[in-house]
Design a protein around this ligand. Structure first.
Ligand SMILES: NC(=O)C1=CN([C@@H]2O[C@H](COP(=O)(O)OP(=O)(O)OC[C@H]3O[C@@H](n4cnc5c(N)ncnc54)[C@H](OP(=O)(O)O)[C@@H]3O)[C@@H](O)[C@H]2O)C=CC1
Ligand SMILES: O=C(O)CCC(=O)C(=O)O
Length: 547
């Protein structure tokens, strides 16, 4: 029996459930369930009704729905190669795309400041290396376990493909509450984690590159980059590319810190200007005057709030772990951040709003846009009905369960899904990787030349006008805006404008997928389809090394 026949036989032996995304999400049926070859695995059967599904099952479920939608596309691609059994080949590639390649658990000891010893548990999951290196953040949290990092790594695979970042997907985590450790202890834990990954050949600029996530930032990224540079990476000129989100003087990128929020802002602008879509959900087009509530006021939540307020929206609520703040007259993100900095990283006691407890209740207050930017499984089948917002922007990874998705779709709420909308961070990380392997900041070699060309262009326009109009007193001058941009052109300008351009580009791809497959407001399914179609083609073109 060949491997492929075995795969197919195994697939047929499994009691499978022909769930169609069409039936689940109440959209017009264009393919009958009986004509679908690809089945949603039986173990995922309860996911759409489960109020607390396993995180990795949630992601797998969404992936399998997209595989069903794309079945004709897959078979069409395979038909060009004249396989004896295209269905078996399709199933083989779908199985590869849905499973996590490997997940490493490392337990290591540390000596604490009080001379006590403690075992630390950490993980790194490599979901998919269809493109290399793989890329994904590392988080520090007591919720970290194998299931969480595998789910997050899968999201990275789909996110990278959706956002056209040419990398596979990975994620890692250390199971600690970072507030319980001193700075010295955190540095020991962080460096040891990186050294362990290096020993297992699990990281490297061409293998798997680390980035920031919950409770990690430039400080931790700097420690990790240095740990690599001082050990295995010491002879490798490209070593800095092993980690992104580093401090500037270690090869970091201007603009990376706020990139996730900046990308979310660009996506919000893009979708809010779509009049047809806004009409469907009952919002007027444009960002100006829109109210929003954000959950999690960390890197993602703070920066997206800042950009949205700058763009004319009003922040009316913030939900943090310990307390929520609500103020229909508006909360100024910078003031709240300033207060939090001076108040042991807590928003409790902030004078600019009413306190709400439990803090999650803020999410169900009146607003136009809800922005969960903390952690997974926040909007569930149990609370989705209470969401008053017309639009959800998923800053966090996996904040909405499939059961909640169903309710939100029925209620005409537009969800901009994580794998599309929060990709600004990893996109900037990709730019940082490019900067590191090229050993030059963006614009360093071109700013001077661009400035000279702009000046020459203006001179040439001036001379042509003088000649054509036969007038000597014509003067073409630079506007203040252009002059400022030319004088102060920076890497950050290049990064942020490319980021916005890329988010718009992938936004158009997602909308096109939704149109092509008649997915209505189900942009999560459309974003997964956008990702899955690209990964499928990569595997198919590379050939499957399975014998
Ligand atoms: N950083 C990045 O580049 C990217 C991050 N993301 C995702 O965005 C989310 C947030 O990440 P990031 O901003 O980096 O993390 P941060 O650690 O900077 O911020 C997280 C914030 O959320 C708060 N928080 C945690 N749990 C809850 C809760 N249950 N209710 C309310 N608030 C809570 C934290 O409070 P406290 O400090 O008290 O714990 C903290 O203020 C994560 O899901 C992450 O995976 C996605 C793309 C990129
Ligand atoms: O920038 C990175 O590499 C990490 C990004 C990330 O973890 C995420 O997008 O969830």
């Amino acid at each position: 029996m060949t491997f492929l026949t075995a795969l197919k036989r195994a697939a047929n032996l499994r009691k499978c459930m022909p769930v169609t995304p069409l039936r689940l999400f109440a959209r017009p049926i264009s393919v009958s369930s009986s004509s679908l070859f690809h089945m949603i695995p039986e173990e995922l059967e309860s996911i759409p009704t489960d109020s607390d599904p396993q995180f990795s099952d949630m992601v797998k479920y969404n992936f399998h729905l997209s595989a069903q939608v794309l079945e004709d596309f897959f078979l069409e691609k395979l038909s060009q190669r004249k396989y004896k059994d295209p269905n078996a080949r399709m199933e083989a590639i779908i199985n590869i795309m849905s499973s996590c390649q490997s997940c490493l658990r490392i337990d290591f000891p540390i000596k604490r400041d009080n001379s006590q010893y403690e075992m630390i548990t950490s993980y790194r999951a490599h979901h998919c290396s269809h493109r290399t290196p793989m890329k994904g953040g590392v988080r520090y949290s007591l919720d970290v376990d194998a299931d969480e990092v595998e789910a997050l790594a899968a999201l990275m695979t789909y996110k990278n493909a959706c956002a056209n970042v040419p990398f596979g997907g990975s994620k890692g985590g250390i199971r600690i509450d970072p507030t319980c450790y001193s700075k010295t202890e955190l540095q020991t834990i962080t460096r040891r984690f990186l050294i362990e990954l290096t020993k297992h050949n699990y990281v490297g600029p061409a293998i798997d590159c680390i980035g920031p996530d919950m409770n990690t930032g430039p400080r931790e990224m700097g420690w990790m980059a240095d740990a690599y540079l001082k050990t295995l990476g010491f002879q490798n000129v490209d070593s800095a590319a092993v980690v992104s989100g580093k401090p500037l003087h270690l090869g970091g990128l201007r603009g990376r810190l706020s990139a996730t929020g900046r990308g979310m802002y660009a996506a919000a602008e893009f979708f809010l200007e779509d009049e047809e879509l806004m009409k469907k959900i009952g919002l007027t087009p444009g960002l100006k005057g829109k109210t929003f509530i954000v959950q999690g006021f960390g890197n993602v939540g703070y920066h997206v709030s800042r950009y949205l307020v700058r763009g004319g929206a009003k922040c009316v609520g913030v939900s943090e772990k310990d307390v929520g703040i609500y103020n229909p007259d508006g909360i100024e993100p910078e003031k709240l951040e300033e207060y939090r900095e001076s108040n042991k990283r807590s928003v409790k006691g902030f004078p600019g709003g009413k306190e709400v407890e439990p803090s999650i209740n803020v999410l169900f207050e009146q607003c136009d846009i809800l922005i969960p930017s903390a952690t997974e499984k926040i909007i569930t089948a149990d609370n989705a009905k209470a969401v008053k917002a017309k639009m959800i922007i998923e800053g966090a990874n996996g904040p909405t369960t499939p059961g909640a998705d169903k309710i939100l779709l029925e209620n005409n709420v537009l969800v901009l899904p994580d794998i599309y909308v929060n990709a600004g961070g990893v996109t900037a990380s990709y730019y940082e990787w490019l900067k590191n392997i090229n050993h030059v900041s963006f614009g360093k070699l071109s700013f001077g030349n661009e400035k000279e060309i702009a000046e020459l262009l203006l001179q040439s326009v001036e001379e042509s006008m003088k000649k054509e109009l036969n007038k000597d007193d014509i003067k073409v001058i630079m506007t203040k805006k252009l002059s400022n941009r030319m004088q102060e052109n920076s890497e950050k300008d290049i990064v942020l404008s490319s980021l916005a351009h890329n988010i718009r580009k992938s936004g158009k791809e997602v909308l096109q997928m939704a149109k092509d497959h008649d997915l209505g407001l189900n942009l999560r399914l459309a974003a997964y389809c956008n990702a899955t179609s690209k990964i499928f083609e990569t595997y198919e073109n590379a050939g499957l090394a399975i014998t």
